[in-house]
Ligand binder design. Sequence first.
Ligand code: ASP
Length: 361
Amino acid sequence: MFPSSLRRALFALSACMFLAAGAAQAEAPVQRLPNIVILATGGTIAGTGATSTTTVGYTAATVGVDNLIKAVPELAHVAHVRGEQVFQIASENMSNDNWLVLAKRVNALLARGDVDGIVITHGTDTLEETAYFLDLTVKSRKPVVVVGAMRPSTAMSADGPINLYNATLVAGSADAIGKGVLVTMNDQIQAAREVTKTNTSTLDTFKATELGMLGYIQGNKAYFYRQSTRKNTADTEFDVSQFDTLPQVDIVYGYANMGPLALDAFVAAGAKGIIHAGVGDGSLATRVVPSLKAARAKGTVIVRASRVGQGIVARNGEANDDQLDFVVADTLNAQKARILLMLALTKTSDTKEIQRMFYTY
Ligand code: ASP
């Protein structure tokens, strides 16, 4: 038996704990819906076709952002959304200038206290490029999600509405903070750096084939299982507020019987950088090497990428990069290597520094 003074003290303590628990319950924060801005740029997600079975040969970029949002009233369950029409284009027409406008707008919005995340609706053809450009230039850890659709809005089983809903859900998810720019399509969450379009027309086209997706969207929730190890967003050295144009960087594609014609033309037209999407491990055809050397001697930066689509391009593997003063693209595909080289050239033309960036981002 406890002495009565101790019993009184224990009772007082448990009463205090009960009251404190009650107070905590009364003060439990009301779950606030995140504020998400949907920036629309066009694409098939905003496309319309002649009939419900028109899934090719439709017109991209015809539906405005307000109607995209109106078509998914369920968005109101997961976020306070508002839309802005930034462009209204098919993404094959996306340009460097468009990217600069978009990145500056995203940065301005994310700097505000009343914006928790951004969704960007986009055509799927260059979606991975815009996502990677933003991955390198957004100065915030708040979620940025790029989304598109493979079927136009008028199609039977259009994927746009569910994709937009999922993207908004992810953009408002605390788990998406600090994960870099994300791409959500087909109930999957992908990293901007690693995802690519793998099929011309199927719904499951966006894949990071070997490095893998980050997670899923299921039952109104985002589930993350991994994240890219490469630096992104707030941790990059690139600052789009410092420039209004990007240096000219072009891509030459490797194939049997390749000659130097395209390469020479790009260099003559003023290319500051060339991505050589070589065969295999970024191999160089003997008949192209003199033009590559001449371009380098003129100051053009040469990056060896691969047309294969997976794997590391080995430095000093298929070419002596140290001797040629070339850079290797690591695992970046040619179109993403072009983006990193353009941004790298806004900082430096030193190839050792540029190689460091290719191993960092
Ligand atoms: N050509 C279209 C675009 O990229 C394709 C799509 O959105 O799926 O805008």
